[in-house]
Design a protein around this ligand. Structure first.
Ligand SMILES: C[S@@+](CC[C@H](N)C(=O)[O-])C[C@H]1O[C@@H](n2cnc3c(N)ncnc32)[C@H](O)[C@@H]1O
Length: 373
């Protein structure tokens, strides 16, 4: 069900894979170190301040218990990670183990964000976010490819930037042939476990916001727990659902292959968003549909030495049409949250854009250019 599609440099990729596993394994220790730092800071305060803060000290102890609980999930996913990609990254006996490769410097944040992503994609509490973000996309898929006109299993839908896979899973559950694509190994390792191996509903309990120390009215809010998965996502033998691992820009090169591309909180992950738009156009069949929902929080915008462009939605609409798409529907101000703690004093809600565009049936020669990767 998981395929890895761009792997000529296997030894380097294996090293990276092992350092991701090692980073997962360091989660408990590193998170406890961060809490210990807070305890040290507390201990350094004057005696009366400390005595007034005994409850805070107890809260820090309680946060540690939540970290231990989160950490229980880690050996399970790490153990099964070795079976992803048909062991291509794991059975090269010539090189390193998890312990020699070390952890990734930015890795702890990635592990912590996976817990929030589990809330979004696979918990009952995440249903409100999924309704805002995924339902409008699913409704458009169903509108363009209704079951009375199409054999759904022959409609190919691609979800690039699939995260933990819920949107792709939901589309496949409705009978479509759906493939998710993702390049972040932290996400892939966790989604592999959830999508293939979770045995029962609400099997695990986690604390998605335990690492968010700001804007809590009470410590209990920081310790909000969720259980997952809210549904048992075992694929049925007839389901046409798959995930690919790798950079969207590298994995998908065949023209005219997909009936529909569905992107959610994804297009702003490109350093050059035009490249994403061109590629989506290139891989869609004539008459194919691109459905997008999300903000323009250009991810490379503030990264030093990255060649990032950040066109406004107005400019993007012009580009979309110049590439050759016909805009069928475009809405702004679509409220959408992302991994939000509903109890926090700080609430982020994007006024997202939501649009549907079509690659014309008859493609004129100057708009159907070859994509340069
Ligand atoms: C903001 S998240 C959205 C995830 C999911 N669509 C959702 O709505 O929850 C964007 C995802 O796209 C993935 N991504 C970014 N650039 C990518 C690329 N070039 N190829 C494949 N995946 C990519 C990231 O790793 C991340 O998981």
């Amino acid at each position: 069900m998981y395929s890895q599609t761009n792997g000529d440099n296997t030894s380097e990729e294996r090293r990276y894979f092992l350092s991701v596993l090692s980073t997962f394994e360091s989660y408990e220790e590193q998170s406890i170190i961060r809490i210990n730092r807070r305890e040290k800071c507390l201990q350094s305060l004057p005696t009366d301040h400390r005595s007034w803060l005994t409850r805070y000290k107890e809260d820090l102890d309680a946060f540690k218990r939540c970290v231990y609980k989160n950490a229980e999930f880690i050996p399970i996913i790490v153990q099964h990670a070795y079976t992803i990609f048909d062991n291509v990254l794991c059975n090269d006996s010539s090189s390193h183990s998890e312990t020699d490769v070390g952890t990734l410097s930015e890795g702890l944040d990635k592990v912590q964000s996976v817990f929030k992503q589990l809330m979004r994609d696979w918990s009952a509490l995440g249903a409100a976010e999924r309704e805002q973000c995924y339902n409008p996309i699913i409704e458009e898929v169903e509108l363009y490819f209704p079951s009375d006109k199409y054999t759904l299993s022959e409609v190919n839908v691609l979800v690039p930037g699939a995260g933990l896979g819920r949107l792709a899973f939901e589309i496949a559950t409705r009978g479509y042939s759906c493939q998710g694509n993702e390049f972040n190994l932290f996400m892939l390792i966790v989604s592999f476990y959830v999508l293939n191996l979770c045995k029962k509903v609400d099997e695990f309990t986690i604390y998605p916001w335990i690492h968010q120390y700001c804007n809590n009215l009470t410590a209990e809010q920081q310790m909000t727990s969720v259980t997952f998965p809210d549904v048992r996502p075992m694929p049925t033998p007839e389901s046409k659902f798959s995930m690919t691992a790798g950079d969207f820009l590298e994995v998908y090169t065949n023209p005219d292959e997909w009936d529909c591309v569905a992107t959610c909180f994804f297009i702003d992950c490109a350093a050059n968003v035009v490249q994403f738009i061109e590629l989506i156009y290139h891989i869609l069949k004539p008459g194919g549909i691109w459905i997008n929902l999300g903000p323009l929080l250009y991810h490379y915008s503030d990264i030093k030495y990255e060649k990032s462009i950040e066109p406004s939605f107005q400019v993007l609409c012009e580009v979309i049409q110049k590439v050759g798409f016909v805009m069928e529907k475009s809405q702004t101000g679509v409220k959408a949250r992302y991994c939000q703690n509903p109890m926090s004093m700080l609430q982020y809600e994007y006024n997202s854009v939501f649009f549907v565009c079509k690659k014309p049936e008859l493609v004129s020669s100057d708009s159907n250019k070859d994509v340069q990767n």
